[in-house]
Design a protein around this ligand. Sequence first.
Ligand code: HEM
Ligand SMILES: *[C@@H]1O[C@H](CO)[C@@H](O)[C@H](O)[C@H]1NC(C)=O
Ligand SMILES: *[C@@H]1O[C@H](CO)[C@@H](O)[C@H](O)[C@H]1NC(C)=O
Length: 317
Amino acid sequence: MADAARIMHYVLAVSLLSFVAHAHAQLSTTFYSRSCPSLETTVWEVMKQAVVKEQRVGASLLRLFFHDCFVQGCDGSILLDAAGGEKSAGPNANSLRGFDVIDTIKARVEAKCPGVVSCADILALAARDGTFLLRGPTWKVPLGRRDSTTSNQSLANANLPSSGSSLSTLISTFASKGLSATDMTALSGAHTIGLARCSTFRDHVYNDANINSSFAARRRKTCPRSGGDSHLAPMDVHSSRVFDNSYYQNLMTRRGLLHSDQELFNGGSQDALVRQYSANPALFRKDFVTAMIKMGNINPLTGTAGQIRKNCRVVNR
Ligand code: HEM
Ligand SMILES: *[C@@H]1O[C@H](CO)[C@@H](O)[C@H](O)[C@H]1NC(C)=O
Ligand SMILES: *[C@@H]1O[C@H](CO)[C@@H](O)[C@H](O)[C@H]1NC(C)=O
């Protein structure tokens, strides 16, 4: 009797487990727990040193992961140096940073677990640690992605949103990747950290009406009408080195840096959520984590697809 009950219990447990596995696609937070147990510590140590040296790099790696996932899925394609690849696309060229940190992590991981861990997964972990090191939330990262053998510049130009995007374009760009408007508004909160170049916010501070006038005047001082394209300004006027919810408070006082930022609070469908995030930091952090995990699930290569690159910049020969 007891045995029969135990068997029944076992059968139920197994079918429940396989259901859960299917519900969560193919990635798993324990993917490398046997094949590379030191992985997460290695990523953390390198990220910690890098952020101590330069805080902005935490922001740069978060952005790098976003730009990887939106083009062909989270497959490390952004890391390839090949001519005509994603790195040379408009939103990426002279803009993306932190590739050297990925190289350092990859070299240390290869020394410990050769040929096992993908560049795509290293980037997912580095983005999580960069966020946490700037006092943002942390989360368990589903792993098991493999690396692409291609990188496509025109696909990057077509799939990445630009700072001039309207609210409806932002919503549809994220929807095309399976992300909701709520995910989009929560993920945009990443603009609480890091810096932007004058060329990305010039139009907004000179030509838009929905901007705080003293804020616009301040930004125009270091971002001339012509020239100075690479002059930098903080994405969050209040605290661009700290991952907090002040991004949303800025939007409510019309101090979004990019046109696309202010679109989230300009009388449209996201106004109510911006108000909620500005008043409730815990809700923002919770929704941000949910959306980061969803973004990390965009079209991964798994099983025997793709490869595990030895060097994140080049396809294995
Ligand atoms: C909603 C659409 C988005 C647009 C139009 C957009 C656009 C931009 C632009 C134009 C910059 C400045 C780049 C430069 O001047 O070189 C920037 C920076 C940044 N973006 Fe976004 N972004 C979006 C969403 C996101 C998402 C989803 C994330 C991450 C979850 C993110 C993370 C960042 C970070 C952290 C920076 C600062 C990077 C650094 O300082 O190196 N952005 N973004
Ligand atoms: C890049 O992607 C586009 C759109 O899918 C495709 O038409 C083009 O052939 C690709 N280019 C390369 C070099 O693979
Ligand atoms: C612009 O922002 C400043 C503070 O950042 C505030 O004192 C001022 O009232 C705002 N101006 C307008 C017109 O909203």
